[in-house]
Design a protein around this ligand. Structure first.
Ligand SMILES: Cc1ncc(COP(=O)(O)O)c(C=O)c1O
Length: 466
């Protein structure tokens, strides 16, 4: 490790050494990474869990009898206590006032987004404003908005940094539907470019009469989100992205007051106080219960609290610092790579420094004649070296279209081709944007990434130099 740190410029080396506890943690709790020779660079896809999380969860399950929560029998009550404890811990973790916010358990961030989309009271001429840079599960909310006659507007991001066009955003925010329902959605961090969009947008939007949906899924793995400071109406979250285990649990953290104006499209077991067959009537529960359909993933929910406590014990300061340093090292290393004729090897989509950006770095590789190399081929080669990275557009088509220069006109032409009214495969898409890359390569560093991981990737990238 000392040898690797020597590669860092000395102020960075000093800072890196200050995060050495993460190396000890990796050795003790994530030994399977190095034992298996893994170079894991897909933290934006999914976080990794510590063995201690598994031990603690298993011990809990092994030593208790748990029944379906929300009954008064002893096994049910024991489970209810843990579920409610985890719910309270989530709010504490995000410094959310329990009188102001509640935590609704969902399957994942997408489940949380769907809850908002289907229940937000969009009416004709209301507005759904969102950034080009969004995960598809945020884009998908537009279908609910449109179906109810609301206007959907996208605010572009600008090359080369892929930051939001702030003047376009201000212009749109100035035009809410007066006395209407106006929802603005953006990601705290892009899962495409790693850009961290300013959280001040939340207040800008509030001041102009908008509700705000903040997608925190790519942000919270390496950054503290403080809901005592930033107060969006809705925050969406997948816990496996933060601490790897368990999958299948996410949360919608929502303002209690705003929940009152949502209209759920149905009722289900658990969401009502009373429902009657003969009386043909139902009464929705208050608060979080109204949004949790059927039986929760209750045995896994205590593992969420275990995971959050794990992050708390490490501290975001160290995680954030480590990720920032590695990201800088990665960006500098990639930028320094050129073909022997001087041509650029790598084009990074997004900021080249670590100001307001996270540890997600997306790029394409170019040959010595400036032709894009197929990202699928890059992935195949990386796979062969046990490097886990991700290629494609990462469910963020707006980010991809801007980065790759694919225009709306081109896309409309593609989608209008005969035979493509209802079906369009990824291969059809590739054929249609022939000549342009249809995707990119994404590497992302996280909780227990180290310099050796980044070094290995840079060596891999250097092997593509001609
Ligand atoms: C920014 C962002 N939002 C939302 C999601 C959706 O998360 P999930 O697939 O866990 O629902 C992801 C997943 O990659 C993401 O990166």
């Amino acid at each position: 490790m000392g040898k690797e740190i020597a590669k860092l410029p000395s102020p960075l080396a000093e800072k890196y050494r200050a995060t050495a506890k993460l190396d000890a943690l990796r050795a003790a709790e994530y030994a399977r990474l190095d034992a298996g020779g893994h170079v894991y660079l897909d933290y934006t896809g999914g976080g990794l869990y510590a063995e201690a999380q598994l031990r603690a969860h298993l011990e809990l399950l092994r030593t208790h009898v748990f029944g379906n929560p929300h009954s008064s029998n002893p096994t049910s009550q024991a489970m209810t206590d843990l579920v409610e404890g985890a719910r309270a811990y989530i709010l504490k973790f995000f410094n959310a006032d329990p009188n102001e916010y509640c935590a609704i358990f969902t399957q994942n961030a997408s489940g949380a987004l769907k809850l908002v989309g289907e229940a937000y009271p969009f009416e004709p001429n209301d507005r759904y404003l969102l950034t080009f840079d969004n995960h598809n599960s945020v884009n998908g909310v537009r279908e609910f908005a449109r179906a109810r006659g609301a206007h959907v507007t996208y605010v572009p991001v600008l090359l080369p940094d892929m930051r939001l066009d702030q003047s376009a955003l201000r212009e749109e925010l100035e035009r809410p539907r007066v006395k209407g329902n106006n929802l603005f959605a953006f990601p705290a961090q892009s899962n495409f470019s790693g850009v961290q969009h300013p959280l001040e947008f939340v207040e800008w939007a509030h001041a102009r009469g908008w509700d705000v949906l903040l997608d925190a899924a790519a942000f919270t793995p390496t950054n503290r989100l403080d809901l005592g400071q930033v107060k969006p109406e809705f925050v969406t979250q997948s816990f496996y992205k933060v601490f790897g285990y368990p999958t299948g649990v996410g949360a919608l953290i929502a303002k209690r007051e705003t929940l009152k104006k949502l209209h759920r499209p149905w009722f289900a077991g658990g969401t009502i106080t009373v429902a009657s067959v003969q009386g043909d009537k139902y009464y929705l529960s208050e608060g979080e219960a109204a949004f949790e359909d059927g039986t929760l993933n209750y045995l896994n929910i205590p593992a969420v609290e275990i995971g959050l406590r794990h992050i708390d014990a490490i501290g975001y300061a160290a995680i954030h610092e480590r990720v920032t340093l590695l990201t800088q090292f990665l960006l500098d290393g990639l930028n320094a790579l050129h073909h022997s004729n001087g041509a650029t090897l790598v084009r990074v989509y997004g900021p080249l420094d670590t100001q307001q950006r996270g540890g997600t770095v997306t790029m394409n590789f170019y040959d010595a004649h400036g032709r894009a190399m197929d990202h699928r081929e890059i992935e195949r080669r990386a796979n062969a070296q046990n490097i886990s990275l991700r290629t494609g557009c990462f469910c963020n088509p707006g980010g991809g279209e801007i980065a790759l220069g694919i225009t709306g006109t081109e896309l409309s032409q593609c989608f209008r081709q005969p035979g493509h009214e209802a079906r369009f495969t990824i291969d059809d898409f590739r054929m249609c944007v022939d000549g342009k890359s249809s995707g990119a390569v994404r590497v992302s560093v996280g909780l227990v990434s180290n310099l050796a991981d980044v070094e290995t990737f840079l060596e891999f990238a250097a092997s593509l130099v001609a």
